[in-house]
Design a protein around this ligand. Structure first.
Ligand code: FES
Length: 124
């Protein structure tokens, strides 16, 4: 059974969200991020111990795509210069990146994965 860490965004009295269906669970390889795009936003989707997470698909180091990166123990390693990020928090753990990668709330609906892009940054 897959789970997520769904969150809501409170802006004053309004709850703002921008959910996009991006993939299904069976598309995800546990050892590699699944890269999808919503408009200009590149997203990496992960399965970590039966829990689904989403981050920016763009590395915090030199803005290369995380496609082909290696997922292990809740981290993703960029295939370019080996920066390692915590998938849950986006924080850099090892390697050349001083900058984190953005994380996104995820929800599941009958195997369909949606991400909330309300907080996406224009620079993605
Ligand atoms: S671009 Fe990812 S580590 Fe350099």
């Amino acid at each position: 059974m897959y789970t997520t860490q769904e969150e809501t965004h409170n802006t004053g009295d309004q709850v703002m969200a921008d959910w996009h269906k991006i993939a299904t669970i069976d598309e995800i390889d546990p050892e590699e991020p699944l890269i999808v795009s919503v408009g200009d936003t590149v997203i990496a989707v992960y399965s970590v111990e039966a829990e689904i997470f989403a981050t920016s698909g763009i590395c915090g180091h030199e803005a290369e795509c995380l496609e082909g990166g290696y997922v292990e123990d809740g981290t993703v390693e960029c295939p370019y210069h080996s920066a390692v990020f915590n998938i849950k928090t986006g924080e850099p753990i090892e390697g050349p990146s001083a900058d984190p990668i953005q994380t996104y709330p995820v929800k599941l609906d009958d195997g369909a994965i949606s991400v909330d892009l309300a907080d996406r940054k224009e620079a993605d």
